[in-house]
Design a protein around this ligand. Structure first.
Ligand code: SF4
Length: 478
């Protein structure tokens, strides 16, 4: 299957993730909600804000939709397949609703924003349609829906950041957490629905971000990932003195919370990433040396049609700058094959750019035309599906050789690993990630001198890498 290397980012084919309540008193709530999330980390972070809003209103949370009084699906609209997955999921709830007519079903997120009230016409079992900027109105919409009135709120905002809401960590390992620092996007990449489903860019109050990260650290978390569609354009004006907090400033403030708190961020934009950000990363050991820098295409002609606002040469100059200032920094990307009008020569440009960058990790897709986007309005989706898939396979195959090489480069080295929990395959092994975002698995019983048994989730371990697979480094505690 073409999209094998997709991670949490945009895995529209993956079964949505339901959330298990951590709160033992949860059973005392009168009514319970079940929430399932799809798509990008931003959506998962939003579900944690939604859970907080609903719990404050006295609703409990359950990880079993059979036990829920209301079911929410936080949807993704980035590709057609993401929406097909949601519709399929809704059919699975149809019988449940027949058996329990009082059950409320709500669709949230980007697909809700894209379809708006049309969702109610197309999916009769849906009672609520709520967009990414309207979650504060959920309690009142639920009240109306409970009296039989279907509810829609898809108003986009220029201010809303939910900065004052403490998210409830759902399905958390207690070690790593997402912290959204901004919402929306001002870029208008021609293939992308995000500006239409998440609205204009707005940066969250820097103080509230630092407070949330400090609170997470005090609760035992040891890694935060600062989230935004384009973190490099983060800019917050402090109303008290009109001072401006840039992304580099914010990174520094979060890194200064504690050297034991790892700081990651996603997603960067090639046109906006600055030397200042790179030098700030260099200055603090606890800012992870890993950058996600979507390229989308290696052809300047296609980049212009995509309205990415940079050229192939500009992109390469940014990669060179990263490698100059941060030698050994992990680098990942997003790419789209088969965009409108893409020729074999354009495709070869993408392959040669991958050859040049040798990414450690990549999220690769073929072009999926999205309704309402600039590309849908301006260009013909004229690359045959078979050609799209073949070109994607070529990029995936090439990238596989690079990511394996990248893993093999780490053999015989020792890395500081943040322990995130038991390895999926055995609870006699820990798993965790290196600074440059590679998964490491190693036995808990390590070096007798270290009395390794003492190590726990959230601790750092120095791990000597003995072997690797395409996706995992395997080692032992040094
Ligand atoms: S930067 Fe482009 S691709 Fe990314 S969210 Fe914004 S419009 Fe979409």
């Amino acid at each position: 299957m073409a999209e094998l290397l997709i991670d949490k980012k945009h895995d529209e084919s993956r079964q949505g993730e339901a959330f298990a309540p951590k709160d033992p008193t949860n059973h005392s709530f009168e009514k319970k909600f079940y929430i399932e999330s799809y798509g990008c980390a931003m959506n998962f972070a939003d579900s944690e804000v939604i859970a907080s809003i609903l719990q404050k209103e006295g609703f409990g949370i359950t990880s079993r939709f059979e036990d829920a009084d209301m079911i929410f699906i936080n949807t993704c609209s980035i590709r057609e397949k993401a929406e097909i997955t949601v519709r399929k999921r809704l059919t699975e709830f149809r019988q449940l609703k027949k058996n329990n007519p009082g059950l409320l079903v709500g669709v949230l997120g980007c697909m809700a924003e894209r379809l708006k009230s049309k969702f109610l016409e197309e999916e009769k079992l849906v009672d609520l349609v709520v967009g990414p900027d309207a979650y504060r109105t959920l309690p009142s919409l639920i009240e109306e829906a409970e009296s039989g009135q279907k509810g829609v709120n898809v108003l986009l905002s220029r201010e809303e950041t939910y900065g004052d809401i403490s998210p409830i960590r759902l399905n958390s390992n207690g070690v790593t957490a997402f912290v959204s620092i901004m919402r929306g996007c001002n870029n208008m990449c021609s293939f992308c629905v995000v500006p239409f489903t998440r609205g204009r860019e707005r940066s969250r109050d820097a103080g509230s971000i630092v407070r949330e990260c400090t609170q997470l650290f005090d609760e035992g978390y040891r890694e935060v990932t600062l989230l935004g569609q384009n973190v490099d354009s983060y800019q917050w004006v402090n109303p008290s003195d009109n001072s401006i907090i840039s992304f580099a400033n914010l990174l520094e403030k979060v890194a200064q919370i504690s050297p034991l708190l790892r700081v990651r961020f996603s997603t960067s934009h090639p046109k906006d990433i600055t030397d200042e950000v790179m030098f700030t990363m260099k200055k603090y050991d606890n800012i992870c040396k890993y950058i996600h820098l979507p390229v989308q295409s290696g052809s300047t002609r296609i980049l212009q049609m995509m309205n990415r606002t940079y050229t192939r040469e500009w992109y390469i100059s940014k990669v060179n700058r990263i490698r100059e200032i941060l030698p050994g920094c992990g680098l990942s990307t997003d790419s789209i094959t088969g965009f409108c009008g893409e020729t074999e020569e354009d495709h070869q440009q993408t392959l040669s750019l991958f050859e040049y960058c040798e990414y450690d990790l990549a999220y690769m897709y073929f072009y999926s035309e999205r309704p309402g986007t600039l590309a849908e309005r301006r260009f013909k989706d004229d690359v045959p599906l078979e050609v799209k898939k073949t070109r994607l396979q070529e990029v995936v195959a090439l990238h596989r050789t690079h990511s394996l090489k990248s893993m093999q480069r780490d053999l015989g080295k020792t890395f500081k690993v943040l322990i995130e929990g038991d390895s999926k395959k055995s609870d006699a092994h820990w798993n965790g990630r290196t600074d440059h975002n590679k998964m490491v698995v190693f036995p808990k019983e390590g070096n007798p001198a270290l009395a390794a048994g003492k190590l726990n989730k959230g601790d750092y371990a120095n791990v000597f890498i003995e072997r690797c697979t395409a996706g995992t480094l395997i080692g032992r505690i040094k």
